[in-house]
Design a binder for this molecule. Structure first.
Ligand SMILES: Cc1cc2nc3c(=O)[nH]c(=O)nc-3n(C[C@H](O)[C@H](O)[C@H](O)COP(=O)(O)OP(=O)(O)OC[C@H]3O[C@@H](n4cnc5c(N)ncnc54)[C@H](O)[C@@H]3O)c2cc1C
Ligand code: SF4
Length: 688
């Protein structure tokens, strides 16, 4: 089936696709966007729900390999050192789940090779990108404080800054004492009403969607307006490959709808915005007789030079109650040590952002196998809940051709299309960088008065994706030109993080969006010079296959099917994991085997089968069974721990006793923010 022809076809409805589609539509072009995911239903975002922490681990996970929704695709990590790649597939893209932290690359990031001998120089400068940064700041409604000395001057962020939280003020005072940089971070989060978006209420649940609509997600900032203006956004549309005309020009895409029916969408111009994993996957999967190694791959670099931001985490624990489960994802940023300095034993730029703490389930069970149970349980949760803050540190990942995206032989998505496989090794430079920064972050927490500091020097998770279709002047050393157009195919543009030459040390989306706008601006103004593919061709469909090596999460058994004996066993085991004491009741006393169990399994039907194994007859009710389970059936033990802690911390009585009000919204009032100016906490930076 061939659908009506478009002037422009955009693949992917995340930030980059949204920005490009808007500019193309403003230029009067007929735009169609194909997005494999769904329109988000904001009422289903979990942040304002009692079971938020439970569903954030599964249905709303950042990790598609954990979510396994029908619109997701798996990512083969069998040849990588990573434990996860983060994304979200839907209208809004990964920005549905992102933190909205919105820093810019610095001028040096565009010239790292010339200045510091690492990576490669970009074919453009910060100054060239600046007007696009300022335009996209307005499109996304960015809040922030003007004058950050870490950036060259430019227009002030369009919205006033978000509050510096109680904990943020602690760190700000510490940094003022040390004479170090700190700054209220720029965030694509409304601090006041903005274009129909309500201001932030500090729930801290941004990583699983923002119920308020305060966080700029392209479904709100772009797509709803674009659709009103006639842009055609087709959701549930999984693109399998691009189609090519006889002259080798991009002519459109072959895609499949939710019912598995194939379509061809023809277009004069094709824009890939599927992110730095999804775009190379698509271009590699589009290999044909003319382009046997994939589209736009004459350099052999398509998919290569994959850069990710893996993380180091340094957590300070404070005696003072900070209510640190609240707050947007970054109240404070630190760029004291941003610029590269080889004398430190590594190269590259790195930024820190201050993450709030988390709710009680996450404090009790930070990851499978890491829960603290028995008599130490209550003291651990009491020490942490509302008392922790984390410096999340990320920095330049050096481009390496060995780190790459290829097509998986073993995994296919729910439509039967080859999944991307990520081949990735963490660079020694990254390890040295994190070790050094972790020590500085310890000093920061010491200056802020933390009573304890805990470190995770390397968390091998990639949520910032770059480099797999590098931009450059030389077609032998890059995939796209300085405007984002493929060297090999002049009517194919790439606007996502694939085009980055170096990653820099800051969160990417502000720069991805500015670059997407710059490319779209170029396309709109040079439209007449871009060759058009032939019209009226009939492209053959290649029928999809079946998913391989990947199961979609299906609702498990009916939640209420637990028998009384199983419920009793759960209560007995729960009391061993979380014994009464320290003024807190045992789980059996608050109904863990009754209504709370039903709530847990209604939220997490995926754990029912494993939980049932943990509660099997003859399992006993003691510590030895818990030990045996840990040795013989880790999945069952994990399910038991999730059910017990998840249920216990949903109890209203327990929440009251631990002083946790859950999802209570606290509207921000810019006029009531802590007086960091009056306290002189920025004086040392402003003087310079
Ligand atoms: C948990 C998390 C937290 C993050 N926090 C931050 C942050 O605070 N600040 C920041 O700057 N960045 C953050 N990021 C990264 C940020 O989300 C991305 O940089 C940004 O979304 C990239 O935009 P994009 O449009 O290029 O790609 P994406 O947002 O990934 O969108 C790509 C879209 O393409 C669609 N697509 C892919 N393949 C196909 C296909 N074959 N057919 C049809 N559709 C397809 C996908 O479904 C998806 O919707 C975070 C990411 C995650 C996962
Ligand atoms: S903290 Fe603010 S931006 Fe984040 S989810 Fe809550 S309201 Fe949205």
């Amino acid at each position: 089936m061939t659908d009506k022809r478009a002037d422009v076809l955009v693949i992917g409805a995340g930030p980059s696709g949204a920005v490009a589609a808007k500019r193309m539509a403003e230029a009067g072009m007929k735009v169609v966007c194909l997005e494999q995911g769904e329109w988000p239903d904001r009422t289903r975002f979990p942040g304002d729900k009692l079971d938020y922490e439970l569903t954030a681990l599964k249905q709303w996970s950042w990790d598609p390999n954990a979510r396994r929704l029908p619109q997701d695709y798996p990512i083969d990590l069998s040849e990588s050192e990573l434990i996860g790649i983060g994304n979200f597939n839907g209208v809004g893209g990964s920005a549905t789940l992102y933190g909205g932290i919105w820093p810019r690359l610095t001028p040096s990031n565009f010239r790292s090779h010339t200045l510091h001998g690492y990576g490669a120089d970009w074919p453009l400068t910060y100054e060239e990108l600046l007007p696009f940064y300022e335009r996209t700041d307005r499109e996304f409604g960015v809040s922030g404080l003007e004058g950050n000395p870490a950036y060259p001057l430019g227009a002030a962020p369009p919205l006033p800054p978000l509050p510096v939280t109680k904990g943020g003020m602690r760190l700000a005072r510490g940094h003022a004492r040390l004479g170090w940089h700190w700054w209220p971070d720029c965030n694509a989060i409304a601090s006041v009403d903005y274009e129909g978006r309500r201001p932030c209420v500090q729930r801290g649940t941004c990583y699983s969607g923002c119920n308020e609509g305060a966080k700029a997600s392209p479904d709100l900032t772009h797509w709803r307006h674009l659709v009103d203006r006639g842009v055609r956004l087709i959701d549930g549309a999984r693109v399998r490959r691009l189609v090519i005309d006889k002259r080798g020009l991009a002519a459109g895409a072959e895609w499949y709808d939710r019912n598995g029916v194939g379509h061809i969408q023809e277009a004069d111009l094709v824009i890939c915005a599927a992110n730095a994993i999804g775009t190379p996957r698509l271009l590699l999967a589009s290999a044909n007789e003319r382009y046997p190694d994939g589209l736009a791959n004459s350099s052999g670099l398509l998919g290569r030079n994959l850069m990710l931001h893996t993380w180091a985490m340094v957590t300070g624990i404070f005696e003072e109650p900070l209510e640190s489960w609240r707050g947007h994802r970054s109240a404070v940023g630190c760029m004291q040590f941003y610029e590269s300095d080889e004398a430190r034993g590594f190269v590259g730029t790195a930024k820190w952002h201050l993450e709030p703490g988390a709710g009680p389930l996450t404090q009790a069970l930070p990851a499978p196998g890491l829960g603290v149970w028995g008599d130490d349980h209550h003291p651990r949760v009491a020490e942490r809940l509302g008392h922790t803050l984390t410096w999340a540190i990320t920095g330049d990942d050096l481009p390496s051709e060995a780190n790459r995206v290829v097509l998986s032989d073993n995994l296919q998505d729910p439509s039967g299309f080859a999944a991307p496989k990520v081949v990735y090794r963490v660079a020694d430079n990254t390890k040295r960088m994190f070790e050094w920064h972790v020590e500085r972050a310890r000093e920061s927490f010491a200056a802020a008065g933390a009573s304890k500091v805990e470190t995770m020097p390397h968390v091998p998770v990639g949520t910032h994706l770059y480099g797999t279709a590098r931009m450059g002047e030389n077609p032998g050393r890059s995939v796209v030109d300085r405007w984002g157009l493929a060297h090999d195919i002049p009517n194919l543009a790439i606007v996502d993080g694939s085009v980055f030459v170096t990653s820099g040390g800051v969160n990417p989306t502000s720069s991805i969006s500015a670059l997407a706008l710059r490319t779209a601006d170029y396309l709109a103004t040079h439209r007449s010079q871009i060759p058009r593919p032939e019209r009226s061709r009939t492209f053959a469909l290649t029928p999809p296959g079946r998913a391989k090596g990947y199961g979609i999460s299906e609702p498990a058994e009916a939640p209420l099917a637990f028998k009384p004996a199983e419920r009793e066993r759960l209560a007995a085991l729960a009391d061993k994991l979380i014994p009464s004491g320290h003024g807190k009741p045992a789980p059996s006393e608050v109904g863990i085997g009754e209504g709370l169990l039903d709530r847990v399994v209604a939220a997490r039907p995926d754990i029912v089968a494993a939980l049932r194994r943990a509660l099997q007859p003859g399992s006993g009710d003691g510590v030895s069974w818990l030990q045996e389970l840990g040795d013989t059936d880790v999945e069952a033990r994990d399910a038991l721990e999730v059910a017990v802690a998840g249920g216990y911390y949903m109890s209203a009585e327990v929440r009251e006793l631990i002083g946790y009000p859950g999802d209570e919204p606290v509207p921000v009032r810019p006029e009531a923010y802590p007086p960091y100016f009056e306290e002189g906490l920025l004086d040392h930076l402003l003087e310079n």
